[in-house]
Write a new protein. Structure first.
Length: 225
């Protein structure tokens, strides 16, 4: 998977190499950083779609001239490639991080994965959805989506294998769990956190084959008890 990430990263960087010195620090007399431009681009991507992510628009929103943009990016395509590279980096993927830091108990790992999705404290479903919309008309975005989806599914499959499921069944269960969660946002379902936590024990049983451990949702509200 690390080699796959580097492969896709090379594809993005080959399209438009970032200008030298594009680190997240201010350059010259510009008051904005590279991350400021990326954050604003991310915001516009989520709210209005990739077609509206344009240099003039971002400069206006940041209340600066467009000249500062070129301290950090070669052109618009370089900015878009940087957005994708940032999004698909596993260090910036809260779902991957949740599975890596949950501990040794496989069920605890799945619980952390689900709670990260439900509570949306670090995971941004709106960003995931925006990148998926973008991928319908962009080969680079589609490759980024495929990499991230495959990475998450492989991590889930490893968890199911730790629960003693055969390899193929572990893979299918991982896909069902992941597609179920992604589909929740793709279909535009709207439920409160309390509603989703209330349903989680039932979903957990159906998706994993195990009962949700007693006390797993302690501290997440009365509907989860």
């Amino acid at each position: 998977m690390a080699q796959q990430f580097l492969y896709y990263k090379d594809i993005l960087l080959a399209a438009n190499n970032s200008v030298e010195g594009s680190e997240n620090t201010a350059r010259g007399n510009t008051k904005n950083t590279r991350e400021d431009w990326l954050a604003e681009a991310r915001k516009v991507l989520i709210e209005e779609g990739v077609d509206r992510v344009k240099i003039d628009r971002l400069a206006k929103n940041l209340k600066v001239t467009r000249g500062g943009f070129y301290w950090f990016f070669k052109n618009r395509e370089d900015l878009l490639n940087s957005l994708l590279e940032d999004w698909m980096d596993s260090k910036n993927d809260p779902l991957s991080q949740a599975m890596q830091t949950a501990g040794d108990n496989p069920l605890d790992t799945i619980i952390q994965f689900c709670l990260n999705l439900i509570m949306e404290h670090s995971f941004s479903p709106s960003l995931d959805t925006a990148v998926r919309d973008w991928s319908r008309n962009s080969g680079n975005a589609k490759r980024a989506i495929d990499l991230v989806d495959n990475r998450r599914i492989e991590a889930l499959a490893d968890i199911f294998k730790k629960l003693k499921y055969p390899r193929e069944e572990a893979f299918i269960r991982a896909r069902i769990l992941y597609f179920h969660q992604v589909g929740y946002y793709a279909m535009g379902l709207h439920e409160t956190h309390e509603q989703r936590l209330k349903y989680l024990p039932l979903y957990f049983k159906q998706l994993t084959g195990f009962d949700l451990p007693r006390g797993a949702l302690k501290g997440f509200g009365k509907e989860a008890r």
